[in-house]
Unconditional design. Structure first.
Length: 70
């Protein structure tokens, strides 16, 4: 088992947060209020838990959007 140093863990955490912020920008939500973004994410999480079809629909939509970048 390989352990990360505290510095490596912080760098990994920072990179992940930057990547997640990039998703907000890519979705066209850069200028929305943080409360609205959090509400969207909470609502989406609830919907994903309740409906596997919705999960797949959103997965397909996101994959298509990433594919459009190529």
């Amino acid at each position: 088992m390989v352990r990360m140093t505290a510095s490596e863990a912080r760098k990994k955490d920072t990179r992940e947060k930057i990547e997640l912020g990039g998703l907000i920008v890519k979705a066209g939500l850069r200028h929305e209020k943080r409360a609205l973004l959090l509400g969207l994410l909470i609502d989406g999480c609830d919907r994903l838990k309740a409906d596997e079809t919705e999960r797949q629909r959103l997965l397909d939509l996101g994959a298509k959007t990433f594919g459009d970048d190529a």
